[in-house]
Design a protein around this ligand. Structure first.
Ligand SMILES: N[C@@H](CCC(=O)N[C@@H](CS)C(=O)NCC(=O)O)C(=O)O
Length: 230
């Protein structure tokens, strides 16, 4: 594990009593969600790089933090939390400003639904270890079409679901948890899996809006200390 860590600060940085540490990989969409949320809340944190391309998630040091060997993991004092969904709910409770969940029960439920679709029904099917398995058992072409199939299926559902709620962002004119999950997922779909977004006008439009947000810009993979830019 790369123990060279770096201080990263959000847009209007705030200082919790203990410094938050985020174990992250620049290209991980799950880590990206947490980086985006930390930035939205203006929380500064220490970036701890875990190089998934070199298998650092299997190191004994990281296994101690997350026995299932996935990033992200967040350390807040003596609390170690893994799984981006749990991390985001924790951040929302502990640092309630710039809320990522709306108070309106219906809007809140839709945000949780979108987050769950991305984190349960799309991302796990396109994750590194699953694609590696498919590539080994079948072929690189099958790997790509597998990922595209599951992303398209999820996006088709999300495009329909959001129609009744969408504004400038997924569920209105404020950035909420649905956006925190959607922004990295849409960007990974287009950048890594060449997904054609032309049949998803709503997702495409909100994705345009994300690009202008400073909190999103500083969460981009290429803005991270462990980014490898060719
Ligand atoms: N449900 C977990 C999933 C975490 C996850 O899948 N992380 C990926 C990166 S986005 C990972 O660490 N993959 C390593 C691997 O596949 O070996 C979360 O939301 O944090």
């Amino acid at each position: 594990m790369d123990l060279d860590s770096q201080e990263l600060s959000g847009i209007s940085s705030s200082s919790p009593a203990t410094k938050l540490q985020l174990y992250s990989y620049w290209q991980s969409s799950c880590s990206w969600r947490v980086r985006f949320a930390l930035n939205l809340k203006g929380l500064s944190y220490e970036y701890k790089a875990v190089d998934l391309s070199r298998g650092e998630q299997f190191s004994p040091e990281f296994e101690h933090l997350n026995p299932i060997h996935y990033v992200p993991a967040l350390v807040d004092g003596d609390l170690v939390l893994s799984d981006s969904f749990a991390i985001l709910l924790y951040l929302e409770e502990k640092f309630p400003w710039n809320a990522i969940l709306p108070s309106d029960p219906k809007k809140k439920a839709v945000n949780l639904q979108v987050a769950s679709i991305v984190s349960s029904s799309i991302q796990p099917l396109q994750m590194q270890s699953v694609l590696k398995y498919i590539e080994e058992k079948l072929s690189p072409v099958d790997k790509m079409s597998w990922a595209q199939h599951h992303i398209l299926k999820g996006f088709t559902a999300l495009e329909k679901l959001l129609k009744d709620f969408v504004g400038k962002y997924a569920t209105g004119d404020e950035v909420y948890m649905a956006d925190v999950f959607l922004a990295p997922q849409i960007n990974v779909a287009t950048r890594r899996f060449n997904v054609d977004m032309s049949t998803f006008p709503t997702l495409s439009r909100i994705n345009e809006a994300y690009q202008a947000l400073p909190a999103f810009q500083s969460s981009l993979p290429e803005s991270q200390p462990d980014a490898i830019l060719l």
